[in-house]
Ligand binder design. Sequence first.
Ligand code: AHM
Ligand code: MG
Length: 340
Amino acid sequence: MQHGTNVITLEQFIIEQEQDHPEAIGRFSKILRDIVLAARMINREVNKAGLVDILGLTGETNCQGERVQKLDIFSNEQMMDALFRGRMVCAVGSEENDDFIIDNESEGKYVVLMDPLDGSSNIDVNVAIGTIFSIYKRKTTSGPLTQEDLLQPGHQQVAAGYLLYGSSTMLVYTTGNGVNGFTLDPSIGEFLLSHPDMKFPEKCTTYSVNEGHYRDFFEGTKEYLRHIKRDSPTPYSARYIGSLVADFHRNLLTGGIFMYPGTTKKPKGKLRLNFEANPMAFIAEQAGGYGSDGYQNVMDIQPTHLHQRTPFFIGNKDEVHKVESYVEQFDKLLAAEIVG
Ligand code: AHM
Ligand code: MG
């Protein structure tokens, strides 16, 4: 479609997508709008986090025994409120809640999984953080929700995206028709299409991993890391922010691989399959990249519980396949302990 101006707002873009792909987009564009509304509120609080008393620990711990910060709770509440108010969703699974929150009254057909504020250790040091979301359509058509509705493999996602609260605020999302990025123009309060049809650059130039854990990595990961440092004609750059959204986003723009591997202490690593790995893998795939647990596409894993963790390798497709080949060679016998 032709535009008289170069500026396309998110709202205009959504409307055009609905017209061009009515079968693919359907009603979940309403959910996208609800998420963006919540994200604007989160963004506002993130921007003044250093100024107001919302910064700091509540003293509580989340269901996985990790410390919870006030902004996490605020973000979770904003997302929950916006999603349930919109009435398009019947259940939401959040990194901040032990179990799914289910609205039995809702006629909504969608299930949302989210990490309302990812990279929480970076909040109080003014480093980029993000919100990650993943949208599924319920499988059953009526009656109470079943496990089949709630815990679907990632390749069933109908949409996924993230908000990045960085030096500028961005929304990057896919509905299965490529990946598009929007930057918030704070002067008019609108997200504007700034990164149409995002694709990983051909060359992988960066690796991102918390290498402080190197001694605990399994041999396949260690050998891959030795390989890229030893054999690469041009050295890779090491870049690690410690916020998945920010690390992934940089690699998507510049070419790179992000890794959160399993370790001898935590064979399944740290990241969550449903809230972090699957949505990022869907976005990566739509941008020509790939997300793996070292053995398989993470989106092929049938989740068995909401807070399931997985080792995670994501970025340029060939590079992630390269990691898989090292895992295959060195860590094959560990698969039973790690996979799924
Ligand atoms: P969180 O959901 O508690 O914020 O943890 C997830 C974050 C990711 O954004 C990031 O990739 C990872 O934890 C960093 O972990 P580490 O500090 O162990 O390197
Ligand atoms: Mg997280």
